[in-house]
Design a protein around this ligand. Sequence first.
Ligand SMILES: Cc1cc2nc3c(=O)[nH]c(=O)nc-3n(C[C@H](O)[C@H](O)[C@H](O)COP(=O)(O)O)c2cc1C
Length: 205
Amino acid sequence: MPWCLPRYIYRDKKTIYGPMKHPARKIAIIYATIDGQTLKICQVISKFLNKNNLQTEMYPVESFKEDPLTFDALVIGASIRYGKHSPLISNFISNNRDKLSRIKTAFFSVNLVARKKGKDDPGSNPYLTRFLKKMVWKPGLSGVFAGKLDYPSYSFIDRVMIQLIMKLTGGPTRSEKPVEYTDWEKVEEFSREICKMNDLPGSGE
Ligand SMILES: Cc1cc2nc3c(=O)[nH]c(=O)nc-3n(C[C@H](O)[C@H](O)[C@H](O)COP(=O)(O)O)c2cc1C
């Protein structure tokens, strides 16, 4: 013990300067999904973050009643349906704009246009760029992933509409089985970026 410090002060100093443990960081993953692909992506992200010592809590956007400021970061994911992300997500972002600016944030969009080269990154995917512009919001990290095409599960109207979209964008207009376009390596890379955003090594699996 240094000679100039009374014992009790020294003890305090030891507490302050002793080996600092990283408090576990807590991340909320908030999503809007209709057919489950965005949820599947959230689950993969969550697993990756957990392996890298980040705690996660997953919420469908409509069930998120917490204060965003009780989390170190928010990851928000939403899919596209007829050109739009869920209005629940837009409302959530608008209603929490101030709080979102005070913590780390990541946003990702899931859509089928993102299966195409040149529309598969945050700078070029029309849905994502339009959405962020409209929301006047700049998350710390943004991502875009191709989703799933599942003709057998669509209603008649949805099937016809998707066939039309596929015809226009050069995709398959029929398929007996679901086609998953999601690039899981890209999802892992995005998860690694979330780790970096939280100052953790994110060395991965
Ligand atoms: C009714 C319907 C409309 C869709 N509209 C679009 C669209 O306008 N643009 C697009 O790129 N993808 C569109 N998709 C594809 C979805 O974004 C894709 O299937 C995604 O994986 C769905 O994610 P989710 O399962 O999380 O809802 C549409 C899918 C359905 C079923």
